[in-house]
Write a protein that binds this ligand. Structure first.
Ligand SMILES: [Zn+2]
Length: 276
């Protein structure tokens, strides 16, 4: 499933292709993805210029010239494929095709169809139904460690479980939660409300660093493949704990090994020695 870094990578890959371009033609090849497409979806999009591309959690927002915003969520298996050739060939599971004034084709491919596309007034995009329960963005400057610490105080569940709660902070997926806790030397089973301000500050720094590293790795993958592929995958070689069960801890001077256990149905990896 694409996580925040993958979606951000897709957004950055789409900016040079879509920003300032006109959607000359839009075609849908079925009635719905996870939900039905809006009424007259393709017709409404045609002729609009893509002005800016933004991201909220794992949603892509394409702000259009007609004061509308196209919302795209990649779901479990959604991918956007850019085709710059003049002989675009539709592939199996291509459900939406956009043609731009720069003669490029962008195909939305989604085998499992858990993705979503919607069209809403730009003015009210913050109030979009799927955004109502979303917490702060990890990179938001207003989301300081003080704010983070205050909200963690209200939660008794293990910090690893709290990090996956999208109402507390968005975009910290299972892998990135384990990684940032290792970076902060915090045990994943600690109650969220026991973190000190200092630990919370370190944790927020590590969350940003882990996500930034993944976005950067995605960027280089993108350059190699020249397409914003939602299936870029995770950047396995960079993981400190995730999927490294029983391997030695990578922290300098630490003699511990990586352990794992299940928390809220997800695998948590941590170092037995240096995370307290
Ligand atoms: Zn360790």
């Amino acid at each position: 499933m694409p996580e925040l870094p993958e979606v951000e990578t897709v957004r950055r890959g789409l900016v040079p292709v879509l920003q300032g371009t006109i959607l000359i033609d839009v075609q849908t090849f079925r009635e719905d993805l996870r939900y039905p497409f809006p009424l007259f979806f393709a017709e409404q999009l045609k002729g609009q210029t893509v002005e800016t591309l933004e991201r909220r959690a794992k949603y892509l927002l394409l702000h259009l010239s007609g004061s509308q915003t196209l919302i795209i969520h990649l779901g479990m298996s959604g991918r956007l494929r850019i085709d710059s050739t003049h002989d675009f060939i539709k592939q199996k599971h291509d459900h939406v095709i956009f043609r731009t004034s720069r003669h490029q084709t962008i195909a939305y491919n989604d085998a499992r169809r858990f993705g979503l596309m919607d069209l809403i007034p730009t003015q009210n995009w913050h109030d979009y139904i799927h955004f109502k329960k979303l917490g702060p963005e990890p990179f938001d400057q207003e989301f300081t460690f003080e704010v983070f610490h205050k909200s963690l105080q209200k939660h008794q569940q293990p910090i690893k479980v709290a990090l996956l709660d999208q109402r507390l902070i968005v975009g910290v997926g299972n892998i990135y939660a384990s990684e940032s806790l290792w970076g902060s030397k915090i045990h994943p089973n600690r109650s969220a409300n026991t973190l000190t301000p200092k630990e919370t500050e370190l944790l927020l720094i590590n969350i940003r660093e882990v996500l930034n590293r993944a976005i950067k790795a995605g960027g280089s993958t993108l350059r190699d493949h020249q397409q914003p592929d939602g299936k870029l995958g995770y950047f396995q070689h960079q993981f400190a704990v995730y999927s490294r069960y029983l391997e030695p801890c990578l922290r300098e001077g630490c003699q511990g090994h990586i352990r794992k256990f299940a928390q809220a149905g997800r695998s948590t990896y941590y170092c037995e020695a240096c995370q307290k």
